[in-house]
Design a protein around this ligand. Structure first.
Ligand code: ZN
Length: 108
């Protein structure tokens, strides 16, 4: 008897035509003073993370901020469906993991 598998939300890479599961979130910290959140620029698998990051940065450069708003650099965050945006870990310039090495998501 196998235990029933829980269905989990599996976000997919935002690159056109890519169906790989997303590993990263591309986002920039945004604030208007009292509120702080991440502005989302898309999701990326290990293969498309650099391309999606560059795309997010070009979008961010074209953004006009309102008075009182501030925005940080567009960065990669490690996607974790169990955590809120503001709790995600920022990923530096670490090497992307090989897709085959990504372990299956274990039930919490
Ligand atoms: Zn992809």
């Amino acid at each position: 008897m196998e235990p029933p598998r829980r269905f989990r939300y599996r976000p997919v890479c935002s690159a056109p035509g890519c169906r790989e599961p997303a590993v990263y979130k591309i986002a920039a910290p945004w604030s208007d003073g009292p509120r702080r959140e991440l502005k989302n620029y898309g999701l990326a698998c290990a293969i498309h993370r650099d391309a999606q990051l560059a795309r997010g940065r070009s979008h961010r450069d074209g953004l006009k901020l309102e008075v009182g708003e501030s925005m940080g650099d567009v960065r990669l965050f490690r996607l974790d469906p169990d955590r809120r945006d503001t709790e995600l870990d920022c990923v530096g310039d670490e090497a992307p993991p090989e897709p085959a090495d990504v372990p299956p998501t274990a039930p919490a």
